[in-house]
Design a binder for this molecule. Structure first.
Ligand SMILES: [Zn+2]
Length: 180
C-alpha cells in the first residue's frame, strides 16, 4: 500500500481526534469493496462489515454495524443504571453517526418520519423531518428522554464505551488493510 493511502487510513482510525471536516470526508473513497474483501478474508464478520462500511463506503452494511453496536451496548451495560432498549438503540445510532459519518439522519435513516406509539407516521424529532442530521447534544437528550445535565454525567461516558469497542475492532481492520 502506498504511504499516502496508509496515512489517510491511520488518520481515519483516530476519527475522534481528527477534525470534523476530515471525519465527514473520511467516509468515502480509498478502497473498493474488492480490496476490502481481500484484506478481510477470514476475519470476523463484523470486522469485514465495519471495513466495508467505513473504508469502502458500502452503506448497505450500516444497519448491520448498528445492530452490532446495540448488542455491544446490551453486553456492556450491566452497571448502566436505567437504560432501556430504545435508549441503547439511540445511543448506538449516535455513536455510529460519529464514527462513520453519514448525512442521513441516524434515527429515521432519511425517511423523515418515525412511527409513533400507534404506528402512525410522526415527523422525525432528530432531523425535524429533513432526513439528514448530525444530532446535537440538545437533540440527543431530547430523543433519549433524559435531563440535559445527565449527558455529560452519564450518557457521554456510555457513548465513549461504545466508541472504544468500535475502535478496538477498527484497529484490527486497519492492521489487515495496511497489509494490502
Ligand atoms: Zn430523522
Amino acid at each position: 500500500m502506498k504511504r499516502e493511502a496508509a496515512e489517510t487510513l491511520i488518520s481515519r482510525l483516530n476519527a475522534r481526534t481528527g477534525s470534523y471536516a476530515m471525519r465527514v470526508q473520511g467516509v468515502t473513497g480509498g478502497l473498493s469493496g474488492v480490496d476490502v474483501a481481500a484484506a478481510m478474508a477470514g476475519a470476523p464478520r463484523i470486522e469485514e462489515s465495519i471495513a466495508r462500511l467505513k473504508y469502502a463506503g458500502q452503506e448497505e452494511y450500516r444497519v448491520e454495524v448498528w445492530q452490532w453496536l446495540i448488542a455491544v451496548a446490551i453486553r456492556i451495560s450491566d452497571n448502566w443504571r436505567k437504560c432501556s432498549f430504545e435508549q441503547k438503540e439511540l445511543l448506538a445510532a449516535f455513536v455510529l453517526n460519529e464514527v462513520v459519518p453519514n448525512r442521513l439522519c441516524p434515527v429515521c435513516h432519511g425517511r423523515t418520519w418515525t412511527p409513533d406509539a400507534k404506528g402512525m407516521e410522526e415527523t422525525c424529532a432528530c432531523c425535524d423531518g429533513k432526513g439528514w442530521a448530525f444530532p446535537t447534544k440538545k437533540h440527543k437528550v431530547k430523543l433519549l428522554g433524559v435531563a440535559a445535565e445527565s449527558w455529560s454525567r452519564t450518557w457521554a461516558d456510555r457513548a465513549n464505551q461504545l466508541m472504544d469497542e468500535f475502535d478496538q475492532r477498527d484497529r484490527r481492520v486497519i492492521e489487515r488493510v495496511m497489509k494490502l
